[in-house]
Ligand binder design. Structure first.
Ligand code: KIV
Length: 284
């Protein structure tokens, strides 16, 4: 898109049956790449804890980290709908805490919406942030911030009873005023039911094709994240291989003296200046 899509443009896409494309990004250059690739939405996910900082999960991520990375992404993608991700500890304590931190995302990083994890249990937070005039995107199913309670990063809603709970979460998120819903790690049968039931756009990460759009983590898509690859990820390239190969060649060329070639990779002195210089520094 040549201009930034508004929430209404995204609703228009749903109405027209055009899929919405969404990717995470954590820095300025990646945001530029996403924008140039035609992405409508960017999530500055708290997955930055794993993808950028090397933590084991998202739990240690702070508001300050999310804000800093959101600012950089905003600068790189003026024409994408940028979503700030509320980290653990930024909205759990009270509605006031949730609203105050959501406002920080808008004031300090100029995002277009915030995302937070949970369904029924965070419905009042979603309502409070929405009442403050901020676009909220709900996130249900596999919610990494509560992976301890879920028994790990496991798909959710795989039995009838569990699927009913996911649907209840979806309904609660919409009723609380969220503008969109992200469903993660849920069977496609369940996502389809949610999609056919809700009015707001439903997006999927690892929750199948029956919805209004897809999200992937950029570090998975480009083959940069090394620790593991979830089953739902399609790697579109392998930058880890490309970068490691380039760095290995650099190491070899420095060691062997091939790089830097003096004729190609140096700034030589202005013609005639070398002789003057040697005279100037000549020892008596
Ligand atoms: O932080 C993130 O990137 C996310 C996705 C896993 C949905 O929340």
């Amino acid at each position: 898109m040549s201009k930034k899509p508004s929430i209404f443009d995204l609703y228009q896409m749903k109405a027209a049956g055009e899929k919405i494309t969404w990717i995470t990004a954590y820095d300025f250059p990646t945001a530029q790449f996403a924008q140039n690739a035609g992405m409508e939405m960017i999530l500055v996910g708290d997955s930055l804890g794993m993808c950028v900082y090397g933590y084991n999960g998202t739990v240690p991520v702070t508001m300050e980290q999310c804000l800093t990375h959101s600012e950089a992404v905003r600068r790189g993608a003026q024409h994408c709908f940028v979503v700030g991700d509320m980290p653990l500890g930024s909205y759990q304590s009270s509605n006031e805490q949730a609203v105050d931190n959501a406002i920080r995302f808008l004031k300090e990083a100029d995002v277009d919406a915030i995302k937070l994890e949970g369904g029924v249990r965070v419905a009042n937070r979603i309502q409070a942030i929405t009442d403050a005039g901020i676009n909220v995107i709900g996130h249900i199913g596999l919610t990494p911030q509560s992976s301890g309670q879920l028994g790990g990063h496991k798909a959710q809603g795989r039995t009838a009873e569990a699927a009913k709970m996911v649907v209840e979460d979806a309904l609660a998120v919409e009723a609380a005023g969220a503008k969109m819903l992200l469903v993660e790690g849920v069977p496609p049968e369940v996502t389809r039911y949610i999609w056919e039931t809700l009015e707001i756009p439903v997006l999927s990460i690892g929750a199948g094709p029956h919805c209004d759009g897809q999200l992937l983590i950029v570090s998975d898509l480009i083959g940069q994240f090394q620790a593991f690859t979830p089953q739902f990820v399609k790697k579109y390239c392998n930058v880890a291989e490309v970068i490691t190969k380039a760095m290995r060649e650099y190491v070899e060329e420095v060691k062997s003296g091939v790089f830097p070639d003096e004729d190609r990779y140096c700034y030589h002195m202005v013609e005639g200046e070398e002789e003057k210089f040697l005279n100037l520094v000549k020892k008596p």
